[in-house]
Design a binder for this molecule. Sequence first.
Ligand code: FRU
Length: 490
Amino acid sequence: MSVLPADPHLPVAHLRPPRNWINDPNGLAFHDGHYHVCFQHNPYGPEHANMHWGHFRSTDLLTWEELPVALAPTPGGEDADGCYSGNAVSDGERMVAFYSAFRTDRWAQPVTTAESLDGGRTWTPRGSLLIPDLPQGVSMYRDPYVWREGGRWRMLVGSALADGRAAALLYESSDLEQWHYQGPFLDRTPQTLAPGADTGLGWECPQYLHGPDGRGALIVSAWDPELGPRRTVAYSGREREGRFLADAPVLLDHGPDFYAPALLPAPDGRWLLWGWSWEARDQQWVNAAGWAGLLTLPREVTLGEDGSVRQQPARELLSLRDGRALTASGETSSAAQLGTVDPSFDLTARLELHAPATSGGLRLVTSADGSEYLDIRIDPTTGELVVDREHASLDPRAHGGTYRIPCPEAKTASGAAIELRLVVDRSVAELYLPSGRTLTLRFYPTGGSPWRLEAHAAGGGHIGYTVAAWNLRPYTVRREEEASAQSALT
Ligand code: FRU
């Protein structure tokens, strides 16, 4: 059952096991009445090594069951050094997982599979590679994404091409066994998206959201051969004969700590998405904590009329709100106390900044003396929301920085008006705007709860605010060890 963890930074409404390392969500599929959420997992420590697939499942996205590790490296086998990322499909009675087979003595991570006939409880690896021969001119190759469309199976594989383009390579199959290479679905040379953010020399974890009207969005995780994982990029567009005709790329999430998101087509037609949010603190601290990484909230992803890729928290999460709302409305030209919240909360706000204020917004104060706070403020000159974690931890091992999320629609004649939803869960903040833009970041408050919410304005004008906040109930998580302890008792 869910007991609040003693570690104040361990989330309660974000998926991850209690200990050790996790990264990408993997194997997302709806099968036998359950949402299956696997993830890259090192069961032995808080660092990226020994990659297995951990496994949760749920019928409602709120009550989760941790199943036994789904995939483990086979000593001496094709995946001897790691079962890397991929997805899974439900195919009648069976689930088939497609994943990258990692060996340290091979630069490519070719595709292999595993099959489960008991609802994901046990898996049989195929033992050999599914696609042993790689296309020519490929210098990085990994992370299959398989889906069913138009009466056949299709697969994208993330790649870098030797000529400097990043690519998502397309394969097709009638039976999930024989795969025929169709060429790049999309390829691009790197393009700058924001300061320090570009579309990458290689693409990891390609994901494809396709609508019934032929429109779609290709989501890729931009990777650099020297710097490694960078940011996540979305291309919307439409397919024509095996090629994706893409509009201009955009960042899928404007925060620094979001990567390798993966899609799950839900049976009710929704596209759900989970991302990996990595740690933003020094490794020594991670080692002492004994855990690293978490999966974001499940998000509903839709395509706007204008082709924009929009995200919002899955509607199921509304029932994690505990019913005891903080509500506050008013205005201030300096600082106003709004009330207190627990370290896991869900908040909606409408903020109106009036000239000549130069900035204003919300502050989450996490130390009694007010010196530790996460600041979310409007920049009325650009219409951006600035999320500032420079003061969000008194511990110097926490990373700082300020991050911007565009909301040009917020600019008004006399300032800016912004609506937002903020979900905070101990050390992760996810910000959602009505435009569907998001910003995910990690922060590590050192002060005890309750935390305080404040509204701030600076520069002479004032801010009007309407805020509602609910403390969050933890997910209910039933873990395998508890399940086996119970069956030992009976
Ligand atoms: C993305 C990634 C994938 C790879 C996996 C290894 O974060 O690097 O490309 O398959 O993680 O854990």
